[in-house]
Design a protein around this ligand. Sequence first.
Ligand SMILES: [Zn+2]
Length: 178
Amino acid sequence: MGSMRIGFGYDSHRFDEARPLVLGGVRIPDHPGLLGHSDGDAIAHAVTDALLGAAALGDIGRHFPPSEPQWKDADSMELLARAVQLIRESDLRVCNLDVTIITEQPKIAPRACEMVARLSEVLGTAPEGISVKGKTNEGMGWIGAGEGLAVHAVVLLEPSGDDEDRWSDGDGISSTAL
Ligand SMILES: [Zn+2]
């Protein structure tokens, strides 16, 4: 893949009092967690889907099916790391990422820097290329009623540039021709 690729990911989860809240790999105390087969980390899931979408590699459910017991209560940042590995195998890397969390509570801004740091670590992208921001839904609908939260993620991938040794098992096009 020799050109820039854009991807979009969306995820939503219902709040569950019985679970710890983890968003972008950051544990947020004193707030209900997110119901899900894994840890319910909706940021990790939306970013994973954005990465897979940008590379046209399907979606999170195809690579990490909820029917498989190995993903029960899984650390979703680990799933994200696997998606990063998949895009690396397609000679792509993350240029920049923009994430919006829509929720009434908790406030995202105080923890956004930590989320950026965790995402930076897993994506191998400088923090300057990663944006995490929160919005409320102005009290409207299921988000406004505090039933759960939603996350939108947009990612831009660029050619990794260190791919000389990978072209030989690719589509037969010489790297010098590109
Ligand atoms: Zn999810």
